[in-house]
Design a protein. Sequence first.
Length: 87
Amino acid sequence: MAYEKRDLTGTLFKNDKREKDSHPHATGSCVIDGVEYWVSAWTKDGQKGKFQSLAFKRKEERREEIKNGYADDDQGQQPADFDQIPF
């Protein structure tokens, strides 16, 4: 039986290519409202212990970046305003 992507589900895999602290610990993909996203996850230490911090990027945007030749410039980087999220 083939793997079927379902809405509001996804997968993460350990990032064996991680070279810098800014690179995610895990990467994968998910489907939200029928749209496919790349998922990056960082394991961080907080006041209440370890937690996972996630970032999502539409797969279509990534294809455009590859087509335009600048996809590797920001791979694995968190958005500049990432720490401003109020949770």
